[in-house]
Design a protein around this ligand. Structure first.
Ligand SMILES: Cc1cc2nc3c(=O)[nH]c(=O)nc-3n(C[C@H](O)[C@H](O)[C@H](O)COP(=O)(O)O)c2cc1C
Length: 183
């Protein structure tokens, strides 16, 4: 079964460091994401120290698990590259989402666990993170991924819903479609 079907959010970690080679493969996965116009407007800030992880955890009510994680990877956008046509150009949001998901999937491939923490578009979180880590104005933190060796991993989910799939026109079902079984 592929990592896509095994991936679940992990929020409880063992106190064990991640080898640098694993961390680098995880970052490389982020760089391989698809990107509109192939702009690839992402940059990554890795925080491993307890002090830095706790500082990030304190910026969001939903990021407490960072205190026990091995690392935090913050996926940032470089707006100088991501918004070249006009400031209303928001294709970069999809680029950065794809990079974040690639990171989460490689985390599973490496035998680790992780969780996506929403940062953009929360202005307070963006301001706090940018101030603490010295981001220039054209660099925004988009998401933070907490990662480490899982102490507790949720079971794979089964979420396929044939009721939300149409063929050819909205609302049209495919009578010939095979019944979808749990894999
Ligand atoms: C944009 C986005 C923001 C999220 N923010 C948080 C967060 O701040 N804290 C958290 O614990 N989980 C966060 N999550 C994880 C979701 O809660 C999780 O993916 C969802 O409950 C489904 O569970 P699963 O990842 O185990 O399949 C976020 C996920 C996404 C896609």
């Amino acid at each position: 079964m592929s990592v896509i079907f095994n991936r679940r959010s992990v929020r409880h970690f063992l106190s064990k460091k991640i080898d640098q080679d694993k961390l680098e493969r995880i970052l490389r996965a982020g760089f391989e994401a698809p990107s509109a116009h192939n702009r690839r407007p992402w940059e990554f800030l890795v925080a491993t120290s307890q002090e830095d992880r706790e500082a990030i955890a304190a910026m969001s009510p939903y990021a407490k698990m960072l205190g026990g994680a091995a690392a935090a990877i913050t996926v940032c956008v470089n707006l100088g590259i991501g918004c070249v046509d006009n400031p209303g150009d928001t294709w970069w949001i999809q680029d950065l989402s794809a990079a974040t998901e690639n990171i989460l999937l490689q985390i599973v491939e490496e035998g680790l666990g992780g969780v996506w923490l929403g940062w953009y578009p929360d202005e307070d979180r963006i301001r706090a993170f940018s101030g603490r880590f010295g981001l220039p104005p054209h660099i925004l933190p988009f998401s933070v991924v907490a990662l480490g060796y899982a102490a507790k991993t949720p079971e794979p989910a089964f979420r396929f819903d044939a009721g939300k799939v149409y063929y050819g026109a909205y609302g049209r079902k495919n009578d010939g479609a095979a019944e979808y079984k749990k894999i």
